[in-house]
Design a protein around this ligand. Structure first.
Ligand code: SAM
Ligand code: SF4
Length: 458
């Protein structure tokens, strides 16, 4: 039997937050030392860290989180692009521009339009997409979703192809999850928005108002055979400390139950949207968001973390250092928004740079963009990938794969300027592949890419 309390015990969360308000420097130092062992943190320890307001201690947290990020994920930053398919939605979520009270005309892409958008994204160098749909059983039935997935995999443009499709659709049934799993998705993402039941119920109207339908959706997805699930909170709806603790509790629950925690955690923050007005009482600022990212990195060190273009270039740059492992660039939040200006946006964004501009700033930070999709295609998902991560093998797999996929980007899409900067980064990290044999093989494969071969991975 599924029980809400196993995932989120409100009373306990409130108690933990209240009893960890005052901490000594020693206490915090001991939690940070434990975090460095990369074994995760208890809910009580997370509560202590959430309650820290002292800037010097927060800086210390950033250092520890940054160290963990570097050891586990190295210098890689995986890129994806969101693709909006349909703004039709039957829900009236308070915070979202697609809610029913917005009477602006809606748009749903035809399969031809899907192919057009995909070609544009492929020509920007993307290999990985995150699909976004409003919830509408009539306009966006599950067969439309699977047709879209098939169309995307079948759409190629010169050397461009989409190799991994992740998906963010409303909570649904085991049967529907089975259908999208069969169509070949990577991660299924669904955000609880807020774990605080009263607030959740007030914020939603329509099928999404069912708190338990949302909360147990990842269990149903796992039951349907989807190995990789993503969780998240929409920051700004309720107290960020409560929601972060609940998010960690949910991750630990999945780990206990399925031997593998969520594949990713997303940290979206509320952004203004047409016809939307929410109470600013729970607004969280950039510093607080960064604190949350650092804490999550320490609490669940092996879970990928995603930041979107909702955040400013400065916040994103810091977030990459202290915990984020995946990001998007030059995103559009409207169906049909790539290549032309779409009308109804789900919400507005703070990072308006082009892909090249984002890549350049990442290279200047000493990071390497990765377009790798190898694990999913080699069935290294769920528990298998976590074992590889924990054994520290990642630098013999992910580092060469990042180098090879970024090399493809440089060959096919980059300007001369990015090519030069990118080549330097490739050389730097090539020398840091631990196994000599793998390094030699990577050098050979780099040559093969220069000679026109594509999609080489370990
Ligand atoms: N309709 C599905 C759902 O609600 O689960 C699919 C995903 S929806 C297109 C993607 C996510 O966007 C939501 O889960 C929510 O967290 C986020 N979102 C909605 N309105 C937002 C806003 N104003 N600012 C930032 N993120 C928002
Ligand atoms: Fe619809 Fe999702 Fe927006 Fe809610 S968040 S109104 S379910 S698109």
């Amino acid at each position: 039997m599924l029980s809400v309390k196993d995932i989120v015990d409100e009373e306990r969360i409130n108690q933990l937050l209240a009893q960890t308000l005052n901490s000594s420097e020693e206490k915090i130092n001991s939690i940070l030392s434990k975090a460095e062992k990369k074994e995760g943190l208890t809910l009580e320890e997370v509560a202590y860290l959430l309650n820290i307001e002292n800037p010097a201690m927060i800086e210390k947290m950033f250092e520890t989180a940054g160290k963990i990020k570097k050891e586990i994920y190295g210098e890689r930053l995986v890129f994806f692009a969101p693709l909006y398919l349909s703004s039709y939605c039957v829900n009236d979520c308070e915070y979202c521009g697609f809610h029913t009270r917005n009477t602006a005309p809606r748009k749903k892409l035809t399969l031809e339009e899907v192919a057009e958008q995909v070609k544009i994204l492929e020509n920007m160098g993307h290999k990985r997409l995150l699909l976004e749909f409003g919830e509408h059983p009539k306009k966006n039935p599950i067969d439309y979703v699977t047709d879209v997935i098939k169309t995307i995999y079948a759409t190629k443009s010169k050397n461009g192809e989409i190799r991994r499709v992740n998906i963010n659709i409303a909570a649904t049934t085991v049967d529907d999850y089975k259908k999208i799993n069969e169509a070949g998705i990577g991660t299924y993402q669904l955000f609880q928005e807020t774990y605080h039941r009263d607030t959740y119920e007030k914020m939603h109207s329509g099928p999404k108002e069912d708190y338990e339908r949302q909360l147990f959706a990842h269990d149903r997805a796992m039951e349907a055979g989807i190995d990789d699930v993503g969780v998240g909170v929409l920051y700004g709806l309720y107290d960020y400390k409560f929601d972060t603790l609940a998010l960690v509790s949910h991750s630990q629950y999945l780990d206990r139950k399925y031997n593998v925690g969520p594949h990713t955690i997303s940290v979206p923050r509320f952004q203004p949207a047409e016809t939307v007005k929410i109470d600013s009482k729970y607004e969280i600022n950039e510093k607080q968001l960064l604190k949350v990212i650092a804490i999550l990195r320490m609490a669940v060190p092996y879970t990928g973390m995603i930041i979107s273009t909702r955040e400013s270039p400065e916040t994103r740059a810091k977030a990459f250092e202290i915990g984020i492992s995946q990001t998007s660039a030059a995103s559009r939040t409207t169906p049909g928004g790539y290549g032309k200006d779409g009308k109804l946006k789900q919400f507005s964004l703070q990072d308006h740079r082009t892909v090249e501009e984002v890549l350049e700033s990442i290279l200047d930070q000493g990071l390497i963009p990765s377009y790798c999709t190898a694990c999913y295609r080699l069935n290294r998902t769920g528990e298998t990938i976590m074992e590889i991560l924990k054994a520290g093998e990642i630098h013999n797999l992910c580092r060469p794969n990042a180098i090879l996929t970024f090399k493809e980007y440089l060959e096919d899409y980059a300007s001369q300027r990015i090519k030069e900067k990118g080549q330097k980064i490739i050389e730097k990290y090539l020398n840091k592949i631990p196994k000599e044999e793998t390094k030699k093989e990577t050098i050979l494969r780099l040559k093969r890419i220069e000679n026109g071969e594509r999609d080489l991975y370990f």
